[in-house]
Design a protein around this ligand. Sequence first.
Ligand code: PMP
Ligand code: GLN
Length: 380
Amino acid sequence: MKHLSKLPNIETTIFTVMSGLANKHEAINLSQGFPNFKSDQKLIDLVSKAMNSGYNQYALMPGNMELREAIAKKFDLLYGSSYHPESEITITAGATQAIYDVITAFVRADDEVIIFKPAYDCYEPSIQINGGKPVSIQLKAPNYQVDWEEMKQKISSKTKMIIINTPHNPSGTIFSEADMLKLQEITKNTNIIVLSDEVYEHIVFDGEKHQSACLFPDLKSRSFITASFGKTFHNTGWKTGYCCAPKELMEEFRKIHQFNVFSVNHPVQKGLADYMQDPNTYLGLSEFFQEKRDLFLSLIIDSRFKFKPSQGTYFQVLDYSKITQEYDVDYAKRLTIENGLASIPLSVFNDNQLDNKVLRFCFAKTDDTLKKAGDILNEI
Ligand code: PMP
Ligand code: GLN
């Protein structure tokens, strides 16, 4: 049978490739972003309890109401921002599904969507499958700052959406308040929708504050915020997340959501709802991961890798240009096979595979794993 691929240029994701290689070669896996420690036993018990007490049939289409209420409370507590649980919050199968459905609900053939490179890998194919056109802006290493004048130039009558991601995967940078104000100013009086991917909202370092789109009223009025419980509560395999948006936007989102997935894992939602009653479950995350970042960086301070400490996320990028000029994908594979340490090459997220000789390492790992990884990096 012959058929034309709808996504001819898309290959298996780098996360699957590198984790596969790490497993094959029994390498320490700092590539794909997931913790190698258990999530809180209390949360696991609450999900088991939910299963045992009958939360085993379909949840409501937009999600378990107690969980939506807990999310609304969190927005109020952290940002003084209100989202109505009934009409403005939807629980999704991870942030990936939320992102896909936001794009599918609004992007039509030939619409343009502005993305910043390096960009998380699910944005572009989700735009393309809907006939949209990704318009990318390449951020420059090592600071990955947005030039808002350049971004203004990229806006056209066809611009439907802008996707931002702070804290940023893979670079570990964050948007400042000034960045968000610029974005708000540029989009004011337009019909542009903003997709603000905030999956690492609880992982921001050095006393900085997460600049959520909901903190900026005009921005909030045009934004979807997408979030991931997997990233927040150390259980990426549960694939549960959510998104928030003003009612009129959320209505369109739910038209897609209900036929894409309808509703998501009910006992996990109930367990999360009970767990989130205590805000300390997410308030201590920045401190927890900052210790991991600092441990990792202290271990490799004398190595030949160059770095700027990550400002957020649980990723640290390392520049290896003093060591070799190899293409980053080749070097990441060689490090995995020959040195037993897997990472993610950044070029795969860049325009035209721009190679700045930078690899991304995930430090959501036990201290023991980080020490072993540090030993390897020091020997290189
Ligand atoms: N956006 C970014 C920036 C991510 O790093 C990830 C991976 N967690 C996602 C979206 C997808 O999140 P999820 O695993 O909840 O689908
Ligand atoms: N978000 C994870 C990362 O950046 C990977 C998720 C995935 O494997 N699709 O590593």
